[in-house]
Design a protein around this ligand. Sequence first.
Ligand code: ATP
Ligand code: MG
Length: 428
Amino acid sequence: MSQKIQAVRGMNDVLPSDAPAWQRLHAVAAEVFAAYGYAEIRLPVVERSELFKRAVGEVTDVVEKEMYSFEDRGGERLSLRPELTAGVVRAGIEHGLFFNRQQRLWCSGPVFRYERPQAGRYRQFHQLDVEAFGIATPDLDVEIIALAEALFRRLGVGGFRLQLNSLGTPAVRAAYRAKLVDYLRRFESSLDEDSRRRLSTNPLRVLDSKVPGTRAILEGAPQLPDHLDAPSRAHFETVQRGLSDLGIAYALNPRLVRGLDYYTHTVFEWTSTALGAQDAVCAGGRYDGLVEQLGGPPTPGIGFAIGVERLVLLMRAQEVPLPEAGPQVYFCRFGERADPAAAQLAETLRRRLPGLRLLLNAGGGALKTQLRRADASGARYALILGDDEAAAGRVQVKSLRGEGEPRSVAVSELPAQLAELLELPLLS
Ligand code: ATP
Ligand code: MG
């Protein structure tokens, strides 16, 4: 045997046992997004590296340390996308989606970051992403937060904490940034190394530090919400009122800043203590300057991204009921005449009984072998067709879960009988 090749570190397979949770999440998400009037957009996994440098920011961890970048055979600098917002904005500009139009969009798929893999943190992970453009008013902030809440509720996961902050306008940020730097400089020698470096490159990011010594210093730091100008404050207060009107609980966190550079005004994050150290399951905020920064018309925007793996972990931990996925019926067949007859009958049953999950035996085998496969498949019923039955136009129906001998049923009666047993609709 030649040597095994393993998956790349931090990149996971989603095995069939996990797939139902993923399917459920995507089905519910698509339904909820449509219910709020959001349309799906599908984007390439690879973009020009330049896009992320300009959108996410050159002095962010994501761009500085975590991007998978390479030169293609034509010499283009490309990157695997580390997030979805930049691509949505790029596509929106390219296809003229932002000219005097409001857009409500969502997309999903894998994103890539070269991080240290651990529980809840991977190098390929998946995001569900929602973005809305062309509306600067706080009613949209409320809508988009309510949309995420609705998704969690419809999925049946709970126990989240929603944290909220406002970063104000770019001018507010700049003024606050100066005050923060003044304060932190006084403690420079006690800051951790990353924070010292960020002090000159991206000081707001220091607020995000998880290092205990730095956190202690931050206790006395000036707080962003105290420095908001009147319009930013009014915006933020309207968002809070709107959330309260909808009965959505939140906590203000003056230190909440997002890891990416383009945020303005409202920022938010849902965390769950059930996730351990990687506790953020959904994060987002307003980014009113981003479209223009990428060469589009001035267009306000707001959005969020959900970490799919983390949400699936919560679905499992909270034992969210999942729809059954395995076959309901296993069709055993043996004999020259029975084999093609069973294949035809299986097609007829699948067509006439929408929702039926029927597994047709393949690869031969004695009745005993086939019944063992039927049992292992988790099906509730086995259908058995041999040459004798085929000649007589009958099929045996055997319950695999519990009582009763196999019953012989006329082929013409079978669709109706199965529909009744499995509570499925029957088409003519
Ligand atoms: P974190 O603070 O956990 O690093 P982040 O601020 O980098 O998160 P975003 O860039 O806002 O995260 O991405 C949105 C969501 O994607 C996060 O809330 C999280 O659920 C998920 N996420 C981020 N990085 C990873 C990762 N490496 N592996 C799995 N999920 C991730
Ligand atoms: Mg991160």
